[in-house]
Ligand binder design. Sequence first.
Ligand code: ATP
Length: 365
Amino acid sequence: MTSAASTALPVYISSLTKDYGAFRAVDDVSLDIAAGEFLTLLGPSGSGKTTLLMMLAGFARPSAGSVRLGEQEVIHLPPHKRNIGMVFQNYALFPHMTVGENIAYPLKLRSIGKAEREARVHRVLDLVQLAGYQDRRITELSGGQRQRIALARAIVFEPRILLMDEPLSALDKQLREAMQIEIRRLHDRLGTTTISVTHDQREALTMSDRIAVFSRGKLAQVATPPELYERPASRFIADFIGESSFIPVKKTSSGLAYGDQPLRLAEAFDAASGDPVLMLRPERLDIVAPGEVARDNCTNVFCGLAKSVVFQGESLLVEVGLDQGDVVLVRQSNRTREATKRLAAGDRVDLVLHQADARIVSAEG
Ligand code: ATP
């Protein structure tokens, strides 16, 4: 297998729309994907991810818009002329063929000779760490092995683009996590432009260079995993990526406040962009004894009562009822066993939020 980095293509999606009768499944999506990038389409069920992928593959015809692979407009090309590798949930392996025959199939379709087919099958089996499996039957493979063979079949003809739709959803958690790392490693070696669909935010965070979050057919935000986590564009994104609690804040003459407490924020909030709420990531709140930490110019302190303390192994999840009536979640690391042992439901606590972690998001969107 040669590296695809030199042949990888950028993908330009422009104003792409898909209507099913009166229902708009994909709504005016524009997105540029760099050559060699790993981009994940993430969003709740029904948000339009698969429909977009199907339009890229050529299985669904757009109602409007354009898709270019490099310089070439492909909207009118049938799937087999797009030279795209695909790993789809419903794009199963052929059970009556051996592993080697499955992988060689796309090469046969392209009239590649037997010797070259065999050489490529060996190389790609090596790559997915299943060297020597070419004569096995598909039914003799585990779920993870089948998924790797599906991947091998998708990359063996050195496609310009690789599309994957929930490639790991049938696997159990442990195998899924191992495969996420493996697919990413393979991507780094091959350099193929890859677009993957998932509704699993952890999978998206683990594998992607950038994540495109969908909501009701529209693109809600496109960003790198850390950007998306640290600076979500809206409450919807903050809620979808990672855990969060939200508390309402009010506008005052000097900024934003929670109750009568002025907030020290990481960044000024543009008051014009909808109702603001304060996003609280559970791991960014510190629990201290009442009065232990003083409010100052770079610290926010909220007073409350621990409602429940749940041991979850690597961390403790604490539900805190703030005096203003809002309930927030706090995750305390179990690194400092002594500190976590002392906390119990019913304790009065203060929550400390550093200015750098105090982010306002718009309640809308
Ligand atoms: P999931 O994570 O559940 O697979 P998704 O984000 O991939 O969801 P799509 O499969 O793209 O969502 O579907 C988007 C919307 O379009 C859904 O409301 C779906 O019901 C609708 N839809 C998809 N295919 C068709 C079709 N052939 N006819 C009518 N509506 C469709």
